[in-house]
Design a protein around this ligand. Structure first.
Ligand SMILES: NC(=O)c1ccc[n+]([C@@H]2O[C@H](COP(=O)([O-])OP(=O)(O)OC[C@H]3O[C@@H](n4cnc5c(N)ncnc54)[C@H](O)[C@@H]3O)[C@@H](O)[C@H]2O)c1
Length: 404
């Protein structure tokens, strides 16, 4: 048994409370200190986590018990705190977005690479069992992604007009603050980063931007669309991620994905694979650190010989005589809070594994940087109506020197 990693939290607001509950039973970490510009919030969370409140976040950088600085403040403060923590020899947990501009995100990424410390950015969808499962089905059952579309009719019921979320200088705007989750999910599922970005936004009469839309073009013939409207009552929230793989479509429900339905046409090997999915659900959904519960299940229908042997799409002939349908569920909408908490827990486990074994995290500094580059380009495209071409992305082995 090694001693748990000591975590110093910066920011003791709503999400810090959620995260500390989600990881409370993890033996590998222990919250040791909490800083917040509002001392009463720091004191409250310190009491809940059996840790110490400290007056300034800088105090965490000289605290011998702090191995990891967890940044849970509003977005515009992330980059400066992350760079100071890395330069102070600490590992970093950074809430999304990694930064509010591409240049600042590149600075954090370069600081992480210089420091040799581990940084995980909380792109929670990377640790979602449904998206992991869909990644595992690519190649065997699902052909190349042609279209990614995310429609987010989100709630603003808890976001009063003075909330920092609406201030672009603090949050980065919707495309940055919330958008990074989905630019990153498209990166994950497409296996590529975009080469061009377009976007538009509209405002309420008081000038508050509450509806945004962006389109990205990826190499290899993929378009991705992202719409976010923070203008709904909680009970009217709806989200749908639609993945068009040509011969198969997947509809993923929930911004925290809780259920996915795959409908498609396939060959003999694909039909055999689908028929076996219910028995392989645990393997299909596996994410280290995520505890599946009894609601996780796969049900399938396989209709062999449901159509002609071949079909043509995008100029190619496909051997797809069999019609298949699969429902992958983590429990549907009722399971959202649990899925969210377990995904955050898995991301923290990924950080611990990176620190203890040196493995690269699934959602590291580069993933955080890439999502902010796309989001920042989308924000600029929405502001001036241009199409923004992105420079070629550095390869994983290049040092990060450009700021896109
Ligand atoms: N990964 C996710 O799914 C997810 C979900 C919700 C929020 N978040 C992110 O978590 C972060 C925090 O969001 P929240 O909803 O908890 O916000 P919040 O407003 O509830 O809490 C922020 C806290 O930070 C404190 N703070 C602000 N500036 C500070 C500074 N410079 N030094 C110390 N403390 C400071 C505030 O006093 C407040 O207590 C944001 O980046 C947000 O985007 C991520």
């Amino acid at each position: 048994m090694t001693a748990p990693l000591g975590v110093g939290l910066v920011g003791a607001g709503g999400f810090a409370r959620f995260l500390t509950r989600a990881v409370a039973d993890l033996p590998d970490i222990r919250v040791v200190a909490v800083a917040d510009s509002d001392p009463s919030r720091a004191a409250d969370l310190a009491a809940t986590t059996d840790s110490r409140a400290v007056p300034r976040w800088q105090d965490l950088l000289t605290d011998p018990e702090v191995a990891v600085v967890a940044i849970m403040t509003p977005p515009s403060s992330h980059a400066a705190i992350a760079i100071a923590a890395l330069e102070g020899g600490r590992h970093v947990w950074c809430e999304k977005p990694l930064a509010t501009s591409a240049a600042a995100a590149a600075d954090v990424c370069a600081a992480a690479e210089r420091s040799g410390r581990v940084l995980v950015v909380d792109h929670v969808l990377r640790y979602n069992p449904l998206l992991r499962a869909l990644g595992r089905l690519q190649g065997s059952l699902l052909g190349p992604l042609q279209r990614f579309a995310f429609e987010n009719d989100a709630s603003d019921e808890d976001l009063d007009s003075g909330h920092w979320f609406w201030e672009e200088d603090t949050s980065g705007g919707i495309l940055v603050e919330h958008g990074v989750h989905f630019f990153d999910a498209a990166h994950l599922l497409a296996g590529s980063l975009p080469e061009a970005v377009q976007a538009m936004s509209v405002s309420r009469p008081d000038g508050t931007v509450d509806l945004v839309s962006a389109t990205t073009r990826h190499p290899g013939g993929l378009l991705a669309g992202f719409s976010h409207g923070f203008s709904h009552a909680h009970r009217c929230e709806r989200q749908l991620m639609r993945l068009d793989h040509g011969t198969a479509e997947v509809r993923v429900e929930g911004w925290i994905p809780v259920r996915a339905v795959l409908d498609g046409w396939t060959d003999d090997a694909g039909a055999d694979l689908v028929a076996e999915l219910p028995q392989r659900a645990a393997e299909l959904f596996a994410v280290d650190g995520y505890r599946l519960d009894g609601r996780a299940a796969v049900t399938v229908e396989v209709q062999r010989g449901a159509g002609a042997t071949t079909a043509v799409g995008r100029g190619s002939t496909h051997v797809v005589p069999h019609h298949v349908r699969a429902e992958l569920t983590l429990g549907g909408a009722a399971a959202k809070e649990q899925v969210y908490a377990e995904s955050v827990r898995a991301a923290v486990v990924d950080l611990v594994r990176g620190v203890t074994t040196g493995t690269a995290p699934q959602s590291g500094a580069r993933e955080g940087w890439a999502a902010v580059v796309v989001a920042d380009a989308a924000r600029r495209a929405a502001a001036d109506g241009t199409t923004i071409e992105l420079d070629p992305w550095p390869s994983a082995t290049d040092r990060l020197v450009r700021t896109a």
